[in-house]
Design a protein around this ligand. Structure first.
Ligand code: G6P
Length: 620
């Protein structure tokens, strides 16, 4: 949660920082702030409650000059979202300003100690404690600021990515990370250019200026100097060798490209994104899956007693579909765990367990902690992430990127279908090694997975008019989503999408469970979305629809093209082309994403930045 940007160089920092904050706004949008040092060595901090645009309005008349600065967009953890609690935070002497992403768990103890030494606090945040601690270390040890940062961070329990400005030294930014991500962009490296450095919680504020980056590692501190030199040390002040990497993201992937919202763009991008996800992993001529992450560690999968898939949110729904497929294709028992539950219940892990961590951002704090725990207990860790070089991707011993490009809308869409596709590829790759599928079935499944991007395009082209239809549901207070087998997780995901962005209460259920409770809620006011493809359990789902119909519920169904039986029973129908059971979720979820999108738009919601949510949950 929270986004950090920083700049030092020869350009005016303000524009770069504000643009960067807009790109990071998906990480939090409760309040925003900026700190700049101008040509007279004055350190100014400006903050505003609400979005980055509120900050821009509030500084309209202020001095925003300066070629060095740091900025922050907040998702509140300690202290309500207001101007006082917004970052950057000054130190007591107002010579330092600091921005922070993460949680300092022992901040209360540290605060008590600092209060005893005469420090006063304006805010309720853990961040102000950190900047005061750094100042205290500097003064009590009589040392340089970099040393003071080392000493302060050694006393901190918790997670942090920080950046610090020092009024007395306008020629350097000091930054550090543990648990929360931080990337350094290195610009002005060509002949005749002036050196400059950028900081970002992810690559999006950096990519416009340079593709040369260093991903800071845990417990590393970097000093970025105006003359282009930089140094990375660890908490023990031992110099570290930076690993320069080239970013793979392009700028147009970060723009809306003519769509009113990132979410709508990302929904429509899915056929192309999945084509990239499948990419070279399927050999089309030989109808074969090649996943080096599995091939290189095939012994782990051949002897795996079970697979545990760990995830949160939408990724957890994708994990459930992955479970069904891997069990069916590779005959390995699969358990799906909420990372936040798993990490705190002393789970039984065998050394021949494989844990697959599914995470779009690769930064979700609970998922990261879960894989660290499983690794400690001897499990083999496989990552399924979208963000290249993210913490989970680096912590995993092997893995497969989903390669769907940056996802900016807070409600996950293309990452979900990318995760389901990648888990299907993994299931097929393990099945090939274990020889659990006949050649005929294996080839047929590979071939069909390869056809999915085309069928997704068909689905998007043949479900127009959802915008008009969605208007009717703006006054609903509840929705039920039903599905069976592979489509039960789709029901969960459809309900989550609606909840997240329209704030209408929605529940997903296995269709047959409806009669054990939810059916009591059904009346003429209740829309029930049923995923009813003409595949396995079709007849049983039709019976479930009839049960709802006889209680006057409104049926919105997802049906296979040409199915008249369910169409007649439904008040509204979405159509999908026929595909194998295991791949229906990849098509059925598309109209459900569009339904939630258009209901939210009709209700005037902020679709890309729904209230109280953040794209990446890097705190507990
Ligand atoms: C947040 C996001 C969700 C996402 C979940 C897990 O809640 O709003 O869209 O599914 O985190 O995130 P991850 O990056 O681990 O997939």
């Amino acid at each position: 949660m929270c986004g950090i940007v920083g700049y030092i160089g020869s350009k005016e920092a303000y524009e770069i920082l504000i643009k960067g904050l807009h790109r990071l706004e998906y990480r939090g949008y409760d309040s925003a702030g900026i700190a700049l040092i101008n040509g007279n060595r004055e350190l100014s901090v400006y903050k505003a409650k609400g979005k980055v645009s509120a900050l821009e309005d509030s500084v309209a008349e202020k001095d925003t000059t300066g070629t060095i600065g740091i900025a922050h967009t907040r998702w509140a953890t300690h202290g309500e979202p207001n101007v006082v609690n917004a970052h950057p935070h000054y130190s007591q002497s107002k010579t330092l300003a600091l921005v922070h992403n993460g949680i300092i768990e022992n901040y209360k103890t540290l605060r008590e100690v600092l209060v005893k030494h005469g420090y006063k606090f304006d805010s309720e945040t853990d961040t102000e404690v950190l900047v005061e601690l750094i100042e205290y270390m500097k003064e009590s040890h009589g040392c340089d600021l970099v040393r003071a940062v080392h000493l302060a961070l050694k006393n901190v329990v918790g997670a942090y990515a920080i950046a610090i400005l020092d009024k007395n030294n306008p020629n350097r930014i000091i930054a550090a990370r543990k648990g929360s991500p931080l990337i350094v962009g290195i610009g002005g490296t060509k002949e005749g250019e002036t050196p400059e450095f950028f900081l970002g919680s992810d690559a999006t504020p950096i990519i416009e200026y340079t593709d040369q980056v260093v991903y800071l590692k845990d417990e590393e501190i970097v000093v970025l100097n105006r003359d282009g030199s930089y140094e990375i040390t660890n908490l023990n002040n031992v110099q570290q060798t930076p690993q320069l990497q080239t970013l793979q993201v392009s700028l147009d992937q970060l723009e809306k490209g003519g769509y009113p919202h990132f979410m709508l763009k990302e929904i429509h991008e899915q056929p192309k994104a999945l084509r990239t996800c499948i990419g070279s992993r399927i050999n089309k001529r030989q109808k074969d899956v090649i996943l080096s992450g599995i091939i290189d560690h095939k012994d782990k999968f051949l002897k795996a007693r079970r697979i545990i898939i760990c995830a949160c949110g939408t990724s957890w729904h994708a994990a459930l579909i992955g479970k069904y497929f891997i069990e069916e294709a590779a005959h390995i028992p699969v358990e799906v765990e909420y990372a936040s539950e798993f990490r705190y219940r002393n789970p039984v892990i065998f050394p021949d367990d494989v844990m697959i961590a599914v995470s779009q951002s690769g930064e979700t704090a609970d998922t990261l902690a879960a894989i660290k725990l499983a690794k400690e207990k001897g499990a083999f860790i496989y990552g399924v992430c979208n963000v290249i070089g993210s913490s989970i991707a680096r912590e995993a011993e092997s893995g497969t990127y989903i390669h769907v490009g940056p996802e900016i809308g807070v409600a996950s869409t293309k990452a979900f279908t990318g995760q389901v596709t990648t888990l299907s590829l993994i299931g097929l790759a393990i099945a090939k090694e274990k020889k659990t599928l006949s050649d005929e079935i294996y080839t047929m499944l590979v071939d069909e997975l390869n056809n999915i991007p085309e069928k997704m395009q068909w689905t998007l082209d043949n479900n127009k008019g959802i915008d008009n239809f969605a208007q009717m549901f703006t006054y609903c207070k509840n929705f039920i989503y039903l599905g069976r087998g592979y489509n039960y997780p789709v029901a969960l995901e459809g309900a989550l999408k609606l909840k997240e962005i329209s704030y209408i209460h929605a529940e997903g259920y296995p269709a047959a469970e409806m009669k054990h409770g939810p059916i009591a809620l059904v009346d003429e006011e209740m829309p029930v979305v049923v995923i009813a493809p003409k595949r396995g359990m079709y007849d049983k789902v039709v019976s479930n629809i009839q049960e709802i119909k006889s209680r006057k519920g409104k049926i919105i169904s997802v049906v296979t093209e040409g199915d008249e039986t369910v169409r007649v029973l439904s008040d509204y129908c979405f159509v999908i082309p026929d595909t194998r059971d295991c791949f229906v979720p990849l098509l059925a979820v598309l109209p459900l994403q569009l339904l939630s999108y258009y209901v939210a738009v009709a209700k005037g919601r902020n679709v890309d930045q729904p209230r109280n949510l953040a794209k990446s949950v890097t705190v507990e």
